[in-house]
Design a protein. Structure first.
Length: 124
């Protein structure tokens, strides 16, 4: 198991993102893009298909998570959280689109807390 836990706030927000679809009809896909030795852009999206060769599959909080294999090591032991107040705070690791750096990648507000390798929270 990669993630340790998921908070009720994250469960609520993912459920809202799904727009009423039951969790067995989609995957929560988590991918990353390294942009330097200590910074990664995290992408969390709902999808009906994922590349099983590139992602680990695990269940947590009633959701099926598809976690990108190369970046999974950075998420071992982490808790998925959602903090809507994070939308208004500037973070050093604020997510930006690799295509258009001025356009943030949504959904912002999600966070991975207590990662085994990098223990600081990373908000996306």
């Amino acid at each position: 198991m990669i993630f340790k836990d998921i908070t009720p706030a994250a469960v609520t927000h993912i459920t809202r993102m799904a727009g009423g679809l039951p969790p067995d009809q989609y995957y929560v896909q988590i991918d990353a893009k390294a942009v330097g030795p200590w910074k990664m852009f995290w992408f969390l999206k709902l999808t009906q298909k994922f590349d099983a060769g590139q992602h680990y599959l695990e269940e947590l909080g009633g959701f099926r998570l598809a976690i990108e294999k190369p970046s999974a090591i950075f998420l071992v032991g982490a808790t998925i959280d959602y903090d809507p107040t994070a939308l208004d705070k500037p973070f050093w690791n604020e997510v930006a689109s690799p295509i258009d750096p001025d356009r943030p990648v949504l959904p912002k507000g999600f966070a991975f807390h207590n990662q085994a390798i990098y223990p600081q929270s990373q908000f996306i």
